[in-house]
Design a protein around this ligand. Structure first.
Ligand SMILES: [Zn+2]
Length: 168
């Protein structure tokens, strides 16, 4: 069910505060990316993933691992620990945050459905913990690969065998 957008005043302090907190490249993201550089994994920032049903722009993408990483702002994405209720325009902001949470969930589903791995990290998570979580995920993806590669090789063999038998 679509949520109805209530009106809001552009001049409000909350609005200006929220807009200033909206930008990409937050301190947390920058710290995370520089720590990730040191791990040696190749990644891209803000590259677009085009899915059949939507375009997604994660904060960090590991293309070889098909891993999309989002650093979610505590306020905007409704962190259960830090999501306080703003004093003004609370209807609008409640709506906005609920909308973001819903959209995040749809994005996760869509990425997963199209073979991507998704990790979401709250901005309050310390960089070292975020890096170790990503390293664990990346190595788990890596571990799961030999099987897939074998499977593909097997399929290719089968296809070749089939072609050859057709030629006979
Ligand atoms: Zn938080």
């Amino acid at each position: 069910m679509p949520l109805k957008l209530p009106p809001f005043e552009a001049s409000s302090r909350t609005h200006r505060w929220a807009l200033s907190n909206r930008s990409k490249d937050t301190k947390q993201e920058i710290a995370l990316r520089s720590a990730l550089h040191r791990t040696g994994y190749r990644f891209r920032k803000h590259s677009v993933i085009v899915l059949p049903d939507r375009r997604v722009r994660p904060d960090i993408v590991f293309p070889r691992y098909r891993l999309a990483v989002f650093v979610d702002g505590c306020y905007w994405h409704g962190c259960p620990e830090h999501h306080g209720s703003p004093t003004s325009n609370s209807d609008y902001w409640r709506w906005k945050i609920a909308h973001n949470v819903e959209r995040d969930e749809l994005v996760n589903q869509s990425l997963t459905a199209h073979g991507w791995h998704v990790v979401r990290i709250w901005e309050h998570v310390p960089t070292a913990i975020a890096v170790s979580r990503l390293a664990t995920t990346l190595s788990a993806i890596h571990e799961s690969r030999p099987e897939r590669v074998l499977l593909q090789t097997e399929n290719r063999h089968n296809a070749r065998a089939e072609r050859q038998s057709n030629q006979l």
